[in-house]
Every structure is written in structure tokens, then in C-alpha cells.
Design a protein around this ligand. Structure first.
Ligand SMILES: Nc1ncnc2c1ncn2[C@@H]1O[C@H](COP(=O)(O)OP(=O)(O)OP(=O)(O)O)[C@@H](O)[C@H]1O
Ligand SMILES: [Mg+2]
Length: 274
């Protein structure tokens, strides 16, 4: 897949099963988050309203401390807003209790982190299987394994299923983490600096996996510090002091396949002249 892949909008429409205008999968309405540690209050998110439609691929950027991770934690139902409403797939999740939020997370969301967060003494396959233990429908051992293998295949790592994280490169570990995020078939993938620990070629490979998933209809929201990485996405938001100060569609997106080829050519040329 890649540049020639089917456009996202029809796929997203097909997933929603109708041709009526899509409703946003995420609707934030005047969301605030105040951290209150008794003496100090930090107003980390200050009134963000935002709609995200199915099939979008968004990068959130902004200076350190601007509220990106706080916003991602709210989007990921890992935390509740102090004020405002959050509708996820039409359900108001702003006032759900911790158990209800956990159910929503397991059913609808997949998470990818900067540090991969894989279990060290567990194979790639078992790491990917893990979230299926928390899925609503009880799966047989064979079903869990089949699903996990399928997800490893999507990220191009089915031959590494039996490897432990220490036997994998950083980029491969991150791809295992993406497979793990996919295993419960989420509608939305949330990633906080997924390429933060990776070099440019490996970052391009990981962004290629995200572009392939997005082409297949998955909505992706990621935080990045790097403008180059944000250019692989379709929409870029900039946050400053807990507010959205810029929200643009990316005009000339970077295509991972093209970028990887360029980087390979540059590498080969450097070897020839060395
Ligand atoms: N659990 C917490 N308790 C109190 N304050 C917090 C907490 N988490 C974050 N903050 C504060 O909220 C503000 C926003 O933090 P946040 O982690 O969202 O920033 P960020 O944009 O993700 O930064 P970075 O790029 O460094 O990851 C900061 O001032 C931070 O100190
Ligand atoms: Mg952060």
C-alpha cells in the first residue's frame, strides 16, 4: 500500500455503513484540565473544542509543557476533564467511572508510547496477545494467537513472533507495540511521540506503518516534536498554553515509501564515496 492506496474517506464511510455525512468519532467541547495538588493548581488544558472524523490522521505539536500529553490522556480516557464534554463514538465519556472508562479504552482505543512499553521477558507474540485478555469477548488461546500473528503480519514482523524485545531493534520494538495496539481492533490509535527514540530511517518506517493503517481506515492521533514527522500526517494541530493555536490540513504530505527510498539512496551514495 502507500501512495496508490484507496483514499480514506470512502473506506471510513463504508465502515460507518452509510452515505450520510460522517459524525465525528471524537467531539471535544470546551475541555479543561486543571491538575490540583492542594497548594498548586496547573491549568494544563484551557478550553479545547475539537472534532475528529473517522479516517483522520492528526499530529499534535507544541512546546514542552503546552498540554499535549494531558490532551492525549483525556482523548485516551486515561483521565477525565475537569470541565467540558468529551463524546467518543457519540457516547459522552466525560463523567464515566474508572471501570467504564477502562471498557471504552479496551474496545475503542489503541495506545503507542515513546518507550514501547513491551514486557521484557515475553515474546513479541505474547506481548501482542496481552490486550486480548481484556477484550469483552473471551477468545480461545488459538484465536488470541491467530489475531496476534495477524497484527504482527500487518507491521511486517510475523517472522519475529518468537523474539524477545531485547532481540529486536528499536523500530521493530515499536512495530510490535503498534501490533499490540491493533489487536483489539480499535477505531482510534493514540500515539505519544512514537518516533521520539528512533533515527530518521526507522522513524520513516514506523510512519509508513501508520500511513498504511490510516489508508485502511483507522483514525490516528499522535504527538510529535518533529515537524518532519508531522508532515506524514494529514492534519496538524499546534497547542500553546493549553489551547489550540493552529489547526491546518497538510498540503503536501510526506509519503513514507518515497522517503524511505530517498534515505536508502542517500545511504548507498555515502557508502560509495566512503
Ligand atoms: N500529573 C500532573 N500533576 C500536575 N501537573 C501536571 C501533571 N501532568 C502534567 N502537569 C503539568 O501540566 C502542564 C502540561 O503538561 P503536559 O505533560 O501535558 O505537557 P506536554 O506538552 O506533553 O510536554 P512535553 O512535550 O514535555 O511532553 C505542564 O505544566 C505540566 O507541568
Ligand atoms: Mg508530553
Amino acid at each position: 500500500m502507500g501512495a496508490a492506496a484507496a483514499p480514506v474517506a470512502p473506506a471510513a464511510e463504508a465502515m460507518s455503513g452509510s452515505t450520510t455525512p460522517m459524525t465525528a468519532v471524537v467531539q471535544l467541547e470546551d475541555i479543561h484540565k486543571i491538575y490540583d495538588s492542594g497548594e498548586v493548581q496547573v491549568h494544563a488544558v484551557r478550553g479545547i473544542s475539537l472534532d475528529i472524523n473517522a479516517g483522520e490522521f492528526i499530529a499534535i505539536m507544541g512546546a514542552s509543557g503546552s498540554g499535549k500529553s494531558t490532551l492525549m490522556n483525556l482523548l485516551g480516557c486515561l483521565d477525565r476533564p475537569t470541565k467540558g464534554h468529551y463524546r467518543l463514538g457519540g457516547i459522552d465519556v466525560s463523567n464515566l467511572n474508572a471501570n467504564e472508562l477502562a471498557d471504552i479504552r479496551n474496545q475503542r482505543l489503541g495506545f503507542v508510547f515513546q518507550g514501547y512499553n513491551l514486557l521484557a521477558r515475553t515474546t513479541a507474540l505474547e506481548n501482542v496477545e496481552l490486550p486480548t485478555l481484556y477484550s469483552k469477548r473471551r477468545l480461545s488461546t488459538r484465536e488470541m494467537e491467530a489475531r496476534a500473528l495477524h497484527c504482527l503480519d500487518i507491521v511486517g514482523l510475523s517472522q519475529r513472533a518468537g523474539h524477545f524485545p531485547s532481540q529486536l531493534s528499536g523500530g521493530q520494538q515499536q512495530r510490535v507495540a503498534i501490533a499490540r495496539a491493533l489487536v483489539n481492533e480499535p477505531q482510534i490509535l493514540l500515539a505519544d511521540e512514537p518516533t521520539g527514540n528512533l533515527d530518521s530511517k526507522t522513524s520513516a518506517e514506523v510512519m509508513g506503518v501508520f500511513q498504511k493503517l490510516n489508508d485502511a481506515g483507522i483514525t490516528i492521533v499522535m504527538v510529535t516534536h518533529e515537524l518532519d514527522i508531522a508532515r506524514y500526517c494529514k492534519r496538524n494541530l499546534i497547542i500553546r498554553d493549553g489551547r489550540v493555536v493552529s489547526d491546518i490540513q497538510v498540503a503536501d504530505r510526506t509519503v513514507a515509501e518515497v522517503e524511505i527510498k530517498k534515505l536508502q539512496e542517500a545511504e548507498a551514495a555515502a557508502k560509495l564515496t566512503a
